[in-house]
Design a protein around this ligand. Structure first.
Ligand code: NAD
Ligand code: UGA
Length: 455
Protein backbone atom coordinates (compact mmCIF):
# COMPACT_ATOMS: atom_id res chain seq x y z
CA UNK A 1 0.00 0.00 0.00
CA UNK A 2 1.09 3.56 -0.70
CA UNK A 3 0.08 6.38 1.60
CA UNK A 4 0.46 10.04 0.73
CA UNK A 5 0.07 12.79 3.28
CA UNK A 6 -0.50 16.31 1.96
CA UNK A 7 0.85 18.77 4.53
CA UNK A 8 4.09 18.17 6.46
CA UNK A 9 3.18 20.24 9.51
CA UNK A 10 2.75 19.57 13.21
CA UNK A 11 0.20 16.86 12.49
CA UNK A 12 1.27 15.44 9.12
CA UNK A 13 4.94 14.90 10.00
CA UNK A 14 4.59 13.13 13.38
CA UNK A 15 1.47 11.15 12.39
CA UNK A 16 3.04 9.77 9.25
CA UNK A 17 6.31 9.04 11.02
CA UNK A 18 4.35 6.87 13.47
CA UNK A 19 2.46 5.05 10.71
CA UNK A 20 5.70 4.45 8.81
CA UNK A 21 7.47 3.15 11.88
CA UNK A 22 4.64 0.80 12.80
CA UNK A 23 3.97 -0.40 9.23
CA UNK A 24 7.35 -0.98 7.52
CA UNK A 25 5.60 -2.58 4.52
CA UNK A 26 3.63 0.59 3.74
CA UNK A 27 5.34 3.33 1.78
CA UNK A 28 4.50 6.73 3.28
CA UNK A 29 5.17 9.88 1.25
CA UNK A 30 4.72 13.19 3.04
CA UNK A 31 4.44 16.06 0.59
CA UNK A 32 4.30 19.81 1.08
CA UNK A 33 4.62 22.93 -1.07
CA UNK A 34 6.94 24.46 1.53
CA UNK A 35 10.42 23.46 0.32
CA UNK A 36 12.14 24.78 3.45
CA UNK A 37 9.95 22.59 5.66
CA UNK A 38 10.59 19.52 3.54
CA UNK A 39 14.34 20.15 3.62
CA UNK A 40 14.14 20.36 7.41
CA UNK A 41 12.20 17.07 7.61
CA UNK A 42 15.01 15.53 5.57
CA UNK A 43 17.65 16.82 8.01
CA UNK A 44 18.35 16.33 11.70
CA UNK A 45 16.93 19.78 12.47
CA UNK A 46 13.25 18.85 12.12
CA UNK A 47 10.84 21.77 11.66
CA UNK A 48 8.79 20.54 14.63
CA UNK A 49 10.26 20.01 18.07
CA UNK A 50 8.65 17.06 19.85
CA UNK A 51 10.31 14.80 22.40
CA UNK A 52 11.17 11.47 20.72
CA UNK A 53 10.29 12.66 17.21
CA UNK A 54 13.78 12.76 15.72
CA UNK A 55 14.45 9.17 16.76
CA UNK A 56 11.10 8.08 15.31
CA UNK A 57 11.71 9.86 12.00
CA UNK A 58 15.26 8.56 11.71
CA UNK A 59 14.09 4.98 12.10
CA UNK A 60 11.76 5.10 9.11
CA UNK A 61 13.13 7.91 6.92
CA UNK A 62 14.60 6.59 3.68
CA UNK A 63 13.19 3.11 4.44
CA UNK A 64 9.45 3.63 3.95
CA UNK A 65 9.07 7.27 5.01
CA UNK A 66 9.81 10.00 2.49
CA UNK A 67 9.45 13.77 2.57
CA UNK A 68 9.14 15.59 -0.73
CA UNK A 69 7.85 18.69 -2.48
CA UNK A 70 6.47 16.56 -5.31
CA UNK A 71 2.82 16.93 -4.32
CA UNK A 72 1.47 15.74 -7.67
CA UNK A 73 3.72 12.67 -7.69
CA UNK A 74 2.62 11.82 -4.18
CA UNK A 75 -1.05 12.03 -5.14
CA UNK A 76 -0.67 9.93 -8.29
CA UNK A 77 1.10 7.06 -6.55
CA UNK A 78 -1.16 6.81 -3.50
CA UNK A 79 -3.99 4.46 -2.54
CA UNK A 80 -4.75 6.38 0.64
CA UNK A 81 -4.34 10.16 0.88
CA UNK A 82 -4.34 12.03 4.19
CA UNK A 83 -5.18 15.72 4.08
CA UNK A 84 -3.21 17.34 6.92
CA UNK A 85 -3.72 20.86 5.71
CA UNK A 86 -4.29 24.08 7.62
CA UNK A 87 -7.86 25.13 8.40
CA UNK A 88 -7.18 28.53 9.99
CA UNK A 89 -9.77 31.08 10.98
CA UNK A 90 -10.90 33.06 7.96
CA UNK A 91 -9.54 36.60 7.94
CA UNK A 92 -11.64 38.05 5.11
CA UNK A 93 -15.16 38.21 3.74
CA UNK A 94 -18.12 36.31 5.13
CA UNK A 95 -17.35 34.67 8.46
CA UNK A 96 -14.09 36.62 8.88
CA UNK A 97 -12.70 36.10 12.39
CA UNK A 98 -14.82 33.02 12.98
CA UNK A 99 -15.39 30.58 10.09
CA UNK A 100 -12.72 28.09 9.02
CA UNK A 101 -10.82 29.01 5.87
CA UNK A 102 -11.31 26.00 3.60
CA UNK A 103 -9.07 27.23 0.77
CA UNK A 104 -6.25 24.75 1.41
CA UNK A 105 -8.62 21.80 1.57
CA UNK A 106 -10.38 22.82 -1.64
CA UNK A 107 -7.15 23.38 -3.60
CA UNK A 108 -5.87 19.96 -2.60
CA UNK A 109 -9.17 18.21 -3.24
CA UNK A 110 -9.26 19.67 -6.76
CA UNK A 111 -5.71 18.53 -7.44
CA UNK A 112 -6.47 15.03 -6.16
CA UNK A 113 -9.54 14.93 -8.40
CA UNK A 114 -7.61 16.07 -11.47
CA UNK A 115 -4.69 13.67 -11.04
CA UNK A 116 -6.33 10.50 -9.78
CA UNK A 117 -7.16 7.30 -11.60
CA UNK A 118 -8.83 4.16 -10.20
CA UNK A 119 -9.93 4.03 -6.57
CA UNK A 120 -8.59 6.26 -3.84
CA UNK A 121 -9.43 6.74 -0.22
CA UNK A 122 -9.22 10.33 0.98
CA UNK A 123 -8.80 10.88 4.71
CA UNK A 124 -9.65 14.20 6.36
CA UNK A 125 -7.09 14.52 9.12
CA UNK A 126 -7.45 18.29 9.41
CA UNK A 127 -10.01 19.67 11.84
CA UNK A 128 -12.93 20.77 9.70
CA UNK A 129 -16.50 22.08 9.99
CA UNK A 130 -19.11 19.37 10.15
CA UNK A 131 -20.21 18.10 6.70
CA UNK A 132 -16.89 19.01 5.05
CA UNK A 133 -16.59 15.45 3.75
CA UNK A 134 -19.63 16.14 1.59
CA UNK A 135 -17.94 19.22 0.11
CA UNK A 136 -14.67 17.35 -0.44
CA UNK A 137 -16.54 14.58 -2.18
CA UNK A 138 -18.34 16.99 -4.52
CA UNK A 139 -15.08 18.73 -5.42
CA UNK A 140 -13.33 15.41 -6.05
CA UNK A 141 -16.16 14.09 -8.19
CA UNK A 142 -16.48 17.24 -10.27
CA UNK A 143 -12.72 17.44 -10.95
CA UNK A 144 -12.36 13.70 -11.54
CA UNK A 145 -11.49 11.89 -14.77
CA UNK A 146 -13.43 8.79 -13.87
CA UNK A 147 -11.62 7.89 -10.67
CA UNK A 148 -13.72 6.82 -7.70
CA UNK A 149 -13.25 8.18 -4.19
CA UNK A 150 -14.23 7.32 -0.66
CA UNK A 151 -13.90 10.09 1.92
CA UNK A 152 -13.19 9.23 5.55
CA UNK A 153 -12.97 11.49 8.57
CA UNK A 154 -10.09 10.67 10.91
CA UNK A 155 -9.50 13.68 13.18
CA UNK A 156 -6.29 13.90 15.14
CA UNK A 157 -6.30 14.28 18.93
CA UNK A 158 -2.56 14.55 19.61
CA UNK A 159 -1.37 17.40 21.77
CA UNK A 160 1.88 19.19 20.98
CA UNK A 161 4.76 18.35 23.25
CA UNK A 162 3.40 14.82 23.72
CA UNK A 163 2.73 14.02 20.06
CA UNK A 164 4.85 10.88 19.93
CA UNK A 165 3.38 9.25 23.04
CA UNK A 166 -0.13 10.36 22.07
CA UNK A 167 0.28 8.74 18.65
CA UNK A 168 1.87 5.61 20.01
CA UNK A 169 -0.71 5.13 22.73
CA UNK A 170 -3.84 7.10 21.81
CA UNK A 171 -6.91 7.23 24.09
CA UNK A 172 -8.83 6.50 20.91
CA UNK A 173 -8.61 6.67 17.16
CA UNK A 174 -11.77 7.97 15.55
CA UNK A 175 -12.81 7.14 12.01
CA UNK A 176 -16.05 8.26 10.38
CA UNK A 177 -17.30 6.77 7.15
CA UNK A 178 -20.34 6.70 4.93
CA UNK A 179 -22.87 4.09 5.96
CA UNK A 180 -22.79 2.16 2.70
CA UNK A 181 -20.78 -0.80 1.49
CA UNK A 182 -18.06 1.19 -0.26
CA UNK A 183 -17.74 3.51 2.75
CA UNK A 184 -17.42 0.57 5.13
CA UNK A 185 -14.81 -1.11 2.90
CA UNK A 186 -12.71 2.07 2.93
CA UNK A 187 -13.16 2.35 6.67
CA UNK A 188 -11.80 -1.16 7.12
CA UNK A 189 -8.64 -0.29 5.17
CA UNK A 190 -7.86 2.54 7.57
CA UNK A 191 -8.87 0.53 10.63
CA UNK A 192 -6.39 -2.14 9.55
CA UNK A 193 -3.57 0.42 9.39
CA UNK A 194 -4.16 1.66 12.96
CA UNK A 195 -4.87 -1.86 14.26
CA UNK A 196 -1.18 -2.66 13.70
CA UNK A 197 -0.48 -0.96 17.02
CA UNK A 198 -3.71 0.43 18.50
CA UNK A 199 -5.94 -2.06 20.40
CA UNK A 200 -9.08 -2.64 18.34
CA UNK A 201 -11.40 -1.50 21.15
CA UNK A 202 -9.79 1.93 21.06
CA UNK A 203 -10.57 2.39 17.37
CA UNK A 204 -13.99 4.00 17.29
CA UNK A 205 -15.96 4.01 14.07
CA UNK A 206 -18.88 6.36 13.50
CA UNK A 207 -20.87 8.15 10.85
CA UNK A 208 -18.97 10.87 8.99
CA UNK A 209 -20.71 13.83 10.59
CA UNK A 210 -20.34 12.45 14.12
CA UNK A 211 -16.61 12.06 13.60
CA UNK A 212 -16.16 15.59 12.25
CA UNK A 213 -18.25 17.08 15.04
CA UNK A 214 -16.57 15.01 17.78
CA UNK A 215 -13.26 16.71 17.05
CA UNK A 216 -14.69 20.21 17.43
CA UNK A 217 -16.57 19.08 20.52
CA UNK A 218 -13.47 17.57 22.18
CA UNK A 219 -11.48 20.77 21.73
CA UNK A 220 -14.41 22.90 22.88
CA UNK A 221 -14.77 20.85 26.10
CA UNK A 222 -11.03 20.96 26.80
CA UNK A 223 -10.82 24.71 26.24
CA UNK A 224 -13.93 25.21 28.32
CA UNK A 225 -12.31 23.51 31.31
CA UNK A 226 -9.39 25.92 31.13
CA UNK A 227 -11.64 28.95 30.83
CA UNK A 228 -13.74 27.64 33.71
CA UNK A 229 -10.78 27.25 36.07
CA UNK A 230 -9.35 30.57 34.88
CA UNK A 231 -12.67 32.26 35.66
CA UNK A 232 -12.46 30.80 39.17
CA UNK A 233 -8.84 32.01 39.45
CA UNK A 234 -10.04 35.61 39.21
CA UNK A 235 -12.54 34.95 41.98
CA UNK A 236 -9.89 33.19 44.09
CA UNK A 237 -7.63 36.22 43.91
CA UNK A 238 -10.24 38.57 45.36
CA UNK A 239 -11.66 36.16 47.93
CA UNK A 240 -8.44 34.77 49.39
CA UNK A 241 -8.96 31.24 48.02
CA UNK A 242 -6.25 29.26 46.24
CA UNK A 243 -7.19 27.96 42.79
CA UNK A 244 -4.84 24.97 43.03
CA UNK A 245 -6.57 23.86 46.21
CA UNK A 246 -9.94 24.35 44.55
CA UNK A 247 -8.83 22.40 41.45
CA UNK A 248 -7.51 19.59 43.60
CA UNK A 249 -10.72 19.44 45.63
CA UNK A 250 -13.06 19.36 42.64
CA UNK A 251 -10.78 17.08 40.60
CA UNK A 252 -11.15 14.30 43.15
CA UNK A 253 -14.75 13.97 42.04
CA UNK A 254 -14.61 11.22 39.42
CA UNK A 255 -17.27 12.98 37.40
CA UNK A 256 -15.02 16.04 37.09
CA UNK A 257 -11.58 14.38 37.03
CA UNK A 258 -8.19 15.92 37.80
CA UNK A 259 -6.89 16.77 34.32
CA UNK A 260 -6.85 20.09 32.51
CA UNK A 261 -7.56 22.16 35.59
CA UNK A 262 -4.36 24.21 35.67
CA UNK A 263 -5.20 27.88 35.91
CA UNK A 264 -2.90 29.84 33.63
CA UNK A 265 -2.32 32.95 31.55
CA UNK A 266 -4.84 31.46 29.14
CA UNK A 267 -4.74 28.70 26.59
CA UNK A 268 -2.77 29.19 23.40
CA UNK A 269 -2.01 27.02 20.41
CA UNK A 270 -3.18 26.96 16.85
CA UNK A 271 -6.38 25.06 17.54
CA UNK A 272 -8.48 25.77 20.62
CA UNK A 273 -9.48 29.29 19.66
CA UNK A 274 -9.81 28.52 15.97
CA UNK A 275 -11.92 25.43 16.58
CA UNK A 276 -14.14 27.20 19.11
CA UNK A 277 -14.73 30.03 16.67
CA UNK A 278 -15.41 27.51 13.94
CA UNK A 279 -18.03 25.90 16.22
CA UNK A 280 -19.53 29.31 17.00
CA UNK A 281 -19.81 30.06 13.30
CA UNK A 282 -21.45 26.70 12.60
CA UNK A 283 -24.02 27.29 15.33
CA UNK A 284 -24.77 30.74 13.95
CA UNK A 285 -25.03 29.36 10.43
CA UNK A 286 -27.54 26.77 11.68
CA UNK A 287 -29.46 29.52 13.47
CA UNK A 288 -28.57 28.48 17.02
CA UNK A 289 -27.48 31.85 18.47
CA UNK A 290 -27.76 30.75 22.12
CA UNK A 291 -25.48 27.78 21.52
CA UNK A 292 -23.05 30.01 19.60
CA UNK A 293 -22.95 32.54 22.43
CA UNK A 294 -22.35 29.81 25.01
CA UNK A 295 -19.16 28.67 23.26
CA UNK A 296 -18.04 32.18 22.37
CA UNK A 297 -17.83 32.94 26.06
CA UNK A 298 -14.98 30.40 26.40
CA UNK A 299 -12.88 32.49 24.01
CA UNK A 300 -13.88 35.75 25.70
CA UNK A 301 -12.82 34.39 29.09
CA UNK A 302 -9.44 33.44 27.63
CA UNK A 303 -8.92 36.95 26.23
CA UNK A 304 -9.92 38.38 29.60
CA UNK A 305 -7.40 36.19 31.43
CA UNK A 306 -4.53 37.32 29.22
CA UNK A 307 -5.44 40.99 29.53
CA UNK A 308 -6.00 40.66 33.27
CA UNK A 309 -2.47 39.29 33.69
CA UNK A 310 -0.81 42.09 31.68
CA UNK A 311 -2.84 44.68 33.61
CA UNK A 312 -1.82 43.18 36.91
CA UNK A 313 1.88 43.42 35.97
CA UNK A 314 1.40 47.07 35.03
CA UNK A 315 -0.46 47.99 38.21
CA UNK A 316 1.89 46.17 40.57
CA UNK A 317 4.89 47.88 38.97
CA UNK A 318 3.54 51.22 40.21
CA UNK A 319 1.36 51.66 37.09
CA UNK A 320 4.25 52.17 34.72
CA UNK A 321 6.53 49.77 32.90
CA UNK A 322 7.84 52.40 30.51
CA UNK A 323 11.59 51.87 30.07
CA UNK A 324 11.60 49.01 32.61
CA UNK A 325 13.17 45.67 31.80
CA UNK A 326 10.71 42.79 32.11
CA UNK A 327 12.12 39.27 31.94
CA UNK A 328 9.84 36.83 30.13
CA UNK A 329 10.38 33.15 30.91
CA UNK A 330 8.83 31.09 28.14
CA UNK A 331 7.32 32.14 24.84
CA UNK A 332 5.97 28.85 23.37
CA UNK A 333 2.24 28.27 23.87
CA UNK A 334 3.02 25.30 26.11
CA UNK A 335 6.04 23.38 27.29
CA UNK A 336 8.01 20.92 25.12
CA UNK A 337 7.22 22.60 21.83
CA UNK A 338 8.73 25.33 19.66
CA UNK A 339 5.24 26.33 18.51
CA UNK A 340 4.17 29.88 19.36
CA UNK A 341 0.89 30.02 17.47
CA UNK A 342 -1.67 31.96 19.53
CA UNK A 343 0.65 31.75 22.53
CA UNK A 344 -0.64 33.85 25.43
CA UNK A 345 2.93 35.18 25.70
CA UNK A 346 2.41 37.03 22.42
CA UNK A 347 -0.63 38.90 23.72
CA UNK A 348 0.90 39.71 27.08
CA UNK A 349 4.17 40.89 25.52
CA UNK A 350 2.30 43.05 23.02
CA UNK A 351 0.32 44.69 25.83
CA UNK A 352 3.53 45.43 27.72
CA UNK A 353 5.29 46.75 24.61
CA UNK A 354 2.33 49.11 24.16
CA UNK A 355 3.18 50.36 27.65
CA UNK A 356 6.77 50.85 26.42
CA UNK A 357 8.37 48.11 28.46
CA UNK A 358 11.66 46.53 27.38
CA UNK A 359 11.32 42.77 27.19
CA UNK A 360 14.14 40.30 27.85
CA UNK A 361 12.78 37.01 26.55
CA UNK A 362 14.07 33.49 27.11
CA UNK A 363 12.52 30.33 25.70
CA UNK A 364 14.46 27.08 25.41
CA UNK A 365 13.07 26.14 21.98
CA UNK A 366 11.63 29.17 20.21
CA UNK A 367 13.92 30.89 17.72
CA UNK A 368 14.62 34.62 18.00
CA UNK A 369 13.30 35.35 14.50
CA UNK A 370 9.96 33.77 15.42
CA UNK A 371 9.62 35.98 18.50
CA UNK A 372 10.27 39.14 16.50
CA UNK A 373 7.73 38.03 13.89
CA UNK A 374 5.11 37.28 16.53
CA UNK A 375 5.59 40.67 18.15
CA UNK A 376 5.54 42.49 14.79
CA UNK A 377 8.97 43.99 15.42
CA UNK A 378 12.09 44.04 13.28
CA UNK A 379 15.03 41.96 14.41
CA UNK A 380 17.26 44.12 16.51
CA UNK A 381 14.38 46.28 17.83
CA UNK A 382 15.84 47.81 20.98
CA UNK A 383 12.79 47.03 23.14
CA UNK A 384 13.19 43.27 22.69
CA UNK A 385 16.24 41.33 23.83
CA UNK A 386 16.36 37.60 23.19
CA UNK A 387 18.36 35.87 25.93
CA UNK A 388 20.28 32.62 26.09
CA UNK A 389 19.01 31.68 29.54
CA UNK A 390 16.84 32.77 32.47
CA UNK A 391 19.69 34.46 34.30
CA UNK A 392 20.63 36.69 31.39
CA UNK A 393 16.97 37.66 31.02
CA UNK A 394 16.65 38.46 34.73
CA UNK A 395 19.74 40.66 34.91
CA UNK A 396 18.65 44.19 35.89
CA UNK A 397 15.01 43.29 35.32
CA UNK A 398 12.26 44.77 37.49
CA UNK A 399 10.01 41.79 37.04
CA UNK A 400 10.05 38.17 35.93
CA UNK A 401 6.99 36.78 34.13
CA UNK A 402 6.60 32.99 33.82
CA UNK A 403 4.43 32.46 30.76
CA UNK A 404 5.13 28.88 29.62
CA UNK A 405 4.99 25.80 31.81
CA UNK A 406 8.51 24.57 30.96
CA UNK A 407 9.67 22.21 33.73
CA UNK A 408 12.91 24.13 34.11
CA UNK A 409 11.02 27.14 35.51
CA UNK A 410 9.75 25.23 38.54
CA UNK A 411 11.15 26.50 41.81
CA UNK A 412 12.87 23.19 42.52
CA UNK A 413 14.53 23.15 39.08
CA UNK A 414 16.26 26.53 39.00
CA UNK A 415 18.01 28.95 41.26
CA UNK A 416 15.49 31.69 42.01
CA UNK A 417 17.76 33.19 44.69
CA UNK A 418 20.27 33.86 41.91
CA UNK A 419 17.52 35.31 39.73
CA UNK A 420 16.52 37.61 42.59
CA UNK A 421 20.10 38.75 43.15
CA UNK A 422 20.49 39.70 39.49
CA UNK A 423 17.35 41.86 39.44
CA UNK A 424 16.71 45.51 40.22
CA UNK A 425 14.84 45.99 43.51
CA UNK A 426 12.06 45.79 44.39
CA UNK A 427 11.97 42.59 42.39
CA UNK A 428 8.62 41.22 41.19
CA UNK A 429 7.74 37.70 40.14
CA UNK A 430 4.50 37.02 38.24
CA UNK A 431 4.08 33.29 37.94
CA UNK A 432 1.50 32.83 35.18
CA UNK A 433 1.71 29.04 35.44
CA UNK A 434 1.86 28.42 39.20
CA UNK A 435 5.19 26.60 38.90
CA UNK A 436 6.82 28.18 41.91
CA UNK A 437 6.21 27.97 45.63
CA UNK A 438 5.11 31.54 46.30
CA UNK A 439 5.96 31.52 50.00
CA UNK A 440 9.51 30.36 49.17
CA UNK A 441 9.71 33.10 46.55
CA UNK A 442 8.54 35.69 49.07
CA UNK A 443 11.10 34.39 51.57
CA UNK A 444 13.82 35.08 48.97
CA UNK A 445 12.57 38.66 48.76
CA UNK A 446 10.36 38.67 45.68
CA UNK A 447 7.03 40.45 45.50
CA UNK A 448 5.51 37.25 44.14
CA UNK A 449 2.12 36.70 42.54
CA UNK A 450 0.63 33.55 41.05
CA UNK A 451 -2.58 32.86 39.18
CA UNK A 452 -5.63 32.45 41.37
CA UNK A 453 -3.64 32.79 44.57
CA UNK A 454 -5.59 34.89 47.02
CA UNK A 455 -3.65 36.73 49.68
P1 NAD B 1 0.63 23.24 9.82
O1 NAD B 1 0.41 24.62 9.35
O2 NAD B 1 1.75 22.94 10.77
O3 NAD B 1 0.86 22.29 8.54
C1 NAD B 1 0.12 22.35 7.38
C2 NAD B 1 1.05 22.18 6.16
O4 NAD B 1 0.27 22.15 4.97
C3 NAD B 1 2.05 23.33 5.99
O5 NAD B 1 3.38 22.82 6.06
C4 NAD B 1 1.72 23.88 4.59
O6 NAD B 1 2.88 24.30 3.87
C5 NAD B 1 1.07 22.71 3.92
N1 NAD B 1 0.25 23.04 2.76
C6 NAD B 1 -0.62 24.08 2.61
N2 NAD B 1 -1.18 24.03 1.39
C7 NAD B 1 -0.67 22.95 0.75
C8 NAD B 1 -0.88 22.37 -0.53
N3 NAD B 1 -1.76 22.89 -1.41
N4 NAD B 1 -0.18 21.27 -0.86
C9 NAD B 1 0.71 20.73 0.00
N5 NAD B 1 0.94 21.23 1.24
C10 NAD B 1 0.25 22.32 1.61
O7 NAD B 1 -0.75 22.74 10.44
P2 NAD B 1 -0.97 21.62 11.56
O8 NAD B 1 -0.73 22.17 12.91
O9 NAD B 1 -0.27 20.38 11.14
O10 NAD B 1 -2.55 21.41 11.44
C11 NAD B 1 -3.13 20.78 10.32
C12 NAD B 1 -4.57 20.45 10.66
O11 NAD B 1 -4.60 19.53 11.77
C13 NAD B 1 -5.42 21.65 11.09
O12 NAD B 1 -6.72 21.48 10.60
C14 NAD B 1 -5.42 21.55 12.61
O13 NAD B 1 -6.59 22.10 13.16
C15 NAD B 1 -5.41 20.06 12.82
N6 NAD B 1 -4.83 19.63 14.11
C16 NAD B 1 -3.67 20.19 14.56
C17 NAD B 1 -3.10 19.72 15.74
C18 NAD B 1 -1.82 20.32 16.28
O14 NAD B 1 -1.42 19.92 17.37
N7 NAD B 1 -1.16 21.22 15.60
C19 NAD B 1 -3.70 18.67 16.44
C20 NAD B 1 -4.87 18.12 15.94
C21 NAD B 1 -5.43 18.60 14.76
C1 UGA C 1 -5.01 20.47 22.05
C2 UGA C 1 -5.74 19.20 22.51
O1 UGA C 1 -5.27 18.86 23.83
C3 UGA C 1 -5.48 18.04 21.55
O2 UGA C 1 -6.24 16.90 21.95
C4 UGA C 1 -5.89 18.47 20.14
O3 UGA C 1 -5.60 17.44 19.22
C5 UGA C 1 -5.13 19.72 19.75
O4 UGA C 1 -5.41 20.77 20.72
C6 UGA C 1 -5.55 20.27 18.42
O5 UGA C 1 -6.63 19.99 17.94
O6 UGA C 1 -4.73 21.03 17.92
P1 UGA C 1 -2.53 21.36 22.20
O7 UGA C 1 -3.16 22.66 21.85
O8 UGA C 1 -1.37 20.90 21.40
O9 UGA C 1 -3.62 20.19 22.11
O10 UGA C 1 -2.06 21.38 23.73
P2 UGA C 1 -2.86 21.33 25.11
O11 UGA C 1 -2.10 20.46 26.03
O12 UGA C 1 -4.28 21.02 24.91
O13 UGA C 1 -2.71 22.81 25.64
C7 UGA C 1 -3.38 23.89 25.03
C8 UGA C 1 -3.17 25.15 25.82
O14 UGA C 1 -3.86 25.10 27.05
C9 UGA C 1 -1.71 25.43 26.19
O15 UGA C 1 -1.46 26.79 26.07
C10 UGA C 1 -1.62 24.98 27.63
O16 UGA C 1 -0.59 25.62 28.33
C11 UGA C 1 -2.98 25.39 28.13
N1 UGA C 1 -3.46 24.64 29.31
C12 UGA C 1 -3.61 23.29 29.24
C13 UGA C 1 -3.80 25.33 30.46
O17 UGA C 1 -3.68 26.57 30.53
N2 UGA C 1 -4.28 24.63 31.54
C14 UGA C 1 -4.44 23.27 31.51
O18 UGA C 1 -4.89 22.70 32.52
C15 UGA C 1 -4.09 22.60 30.33
Amino acid sequence: MNICCIGAGYVGGPTMAMIAQKCPDIRVNVVDINAERIAAWNSDALPVYEPGLLELVKEARGRNLFFSTDVDGGIVGADLIFMCLPTPTKTYGEGAGSAADMTYIEISARRIGELSKGNKIIVEKSTVPVRTAETVRRILDSASNGASFQVLSNPEFLAEGTAVTDLENPDRVLIGAEQNEAGQRALQVLVDVYARWVPRERIITTRLWSSELSKLTANAFLAQRISSINAMSALCEVTGADVQEVANAIGKDKRIGPYFLHASVGFGGSCFQKDLLNLVYLCEAFNLPEVAEYWRQVVKMNDYQRRRFARKVLHKLFSTVSGKRIAVFGFAFKRDTNDTRESSAIYICRDLLEERANLAIYDPKVEAAQIYRDLNRNEGDSSIIICKDQYEAATNADAVLILTEWERFRSNKMDYAKVFELMRKPAFLFDGRNLTDLSAMRAIGFNAEGIGKGA
